[in-house]
Design a protein around this ligand. Structure first.
Ligand code: GLU
Length: 411
């Protein structure tokens, strides 16, 4: 199923319960603006290459639009559109004063040099800077991008518009970035895992976890869970997956990736397993923290974990979601589960606008407060309406966006 179709289905399910009028459904399913641009750059060998870049701005009724910039070879308009709508619901469910947007460039960053990536980023900014800005639309890191790309983005934007550090978040901590932004998504996943287990009267020490993805989100989630005494029994990235029934040594694996171009390939101290096997392990908690669409109607019936936290965006397809729901799996949905990243992005933006710098403790405390409140809201909504956590999260988000749209007026 195409990505936008999936997010639309989740939206419709909640909109039905809310009895959202048809006119508003149409409005909320139609992005405000979709930009597609040509990115022509000279490669290191002198060749001219042309790439395609996108920025979809979905909704701004609750504030400036916010969302990451993805560099991945599978990026297309449909995916960026789906991810932009997810950002609207995500910022609404954790109640940040933002709307939703997303960008992407169809490139494989692993196959490009640093200089080539810089040229691509700067050219992209040349093409879209007019529709971006600290009070319009604020990009951030996503898959394939990080602080480095954000620093280039800001620098290129400022050539047109002057000093504006708040134009992007996820910048280097020493240069207008927020301390704690890099760990924030993974840490948010860890905070929510703890809350969810608490509500289900389970203890971390008795919780076996399988985690798919060891990039920015997965590695920080693994670290947090390990430090909180969960038994992380399986971890994998795009190169290899590993299993240890007694629990993996996460600090050792993190150290290994540092010396191994950021990947787990060849890790010697655990049993190597297949990528599919990792998802289907008999564990208590499964955390997909990599690509979207990894749990489908093909493998849903084989998923044994009774709890799933969607650290990635859209890792479960709607058909699979129904199969899992029918067998009683509790799923913490992406729009809440991975909102820690955009929450600390918000803190970064606030600091930039106020020229005031917070310490790590404050960032962590405020992150915990935002995530806890949102989790409790969603949990209570699900109990009250006897719906899944996903539908509850969408209901809260849609209601907030609906309210902002109506209060602002639509004339
Ligand atoms: N790309 C991240 C997400 O999907 C973060 C977005 C942001 O910080 O604006 O939530």
């Amino acid at each position: 199923m195409k990505a936008f179709e999936s997010t639309r289905l989740y939206f419709e399910r909640a909109a039905d319960i809310l009895k959202l009028p048809e006119s508003l459904r149409k409005l909320l399913l139609t992005p405000e603006r979709e930009v597609q641009v040509q990115i022509a750059v000279e490669m290191d060998d002198g060749r001219l290459e042309t790439f395609i870049g996108y920025r979809v701005q979905h909704d701004c009724s609750r504030g400036p639009m916010k969302g990451g910039l993805r560099y991945h070879h599978d990026v297309d308009l449909d995916e960026v559109r789906a991810l932009a709508t997810l950002m609207t619901w995500k910022t609404a469910v954790v109640d940040l004063p933002y709307g939703g947007a997303k960008g992407g460039i169809a490139i494989d960053p692993r196959k490009m040099s640093v200089k080539e990536l810089e040229r691509v980023t700067r050219k992209f900014v040349d093409q879209i800077h007019d529709v971006i800005g600290p009070h319009k639309d604020i990009p951030a890191p996503d898959m394939g991008t990080g602080a480095r790309e954000m620093a280039w983005f800001r620098n290129q934007f400022e050539k047109y518009h002057g000093f504006a550090p708040a134009v992007v978040t996820g910048k280097p901590a020493e240069d207008y970035g927020a301390v704690g932004r890099e760990e924030a998504t993974g840490r948010g996943v860890g905070i929510l895992a703890y809350k969810m287990l608490g509500n289900l009267s389970r203890k971390p020490q008795q919780t076996r976890v399988a985690l798919q993805g060891f990039g920015n989100v997965g590695s920080h989630a693994a670290k947090y869970l390990y430090e909180s005494e969960y038994k992380v029994v399986a971890v994998g990235d795009h190169t290899a997956s590993f299993y240890s029934p007694t629990g993996l040594d996460i600090p050792k694996m993190l150290k290994y990736t540092l010396a191994n171009k950021g990947t787990l390939q060849g890790y010697p101290d655990a049993e190597k397993i297949g990528h599919d096997q990792l998802l289907e392990l008999d564990v208590d908690l499964l955390i997909p923290a990599a690509l979207g669409g990894v749990i489908t109607s093909q493998n849903a019936a084989k998923i044994k974990a009774p709890l799933i936290i969607e650290a990635a965006n859209a890792p479960i397809e709607p058909d699979a979601d129904e199969i899992l729901h029918a067998k009683g799996t509790t799923i913490l949905p992406d729009i809440l589960a991975n909102a820690g990243g955009v929450t600390v992005s918000y803190f970064e933006w606030v600091q930039n606008l106020q020229f005031y710098k917070w310490g790590l403790n404050r960032v962590r405390q405020e992150l915990e407060a935002v995530m806890t409140r949102a989790f409790e809201d969603v949990w209570a909504e699900a109990r009250q309406h006897k719906v899944s956590l996903r539908t509850a999260a969408y209901m809260i988000a849609i209601r907030r966006v609906q309210r902002a749209t109506e209060v602002g007026g639509m004339g």
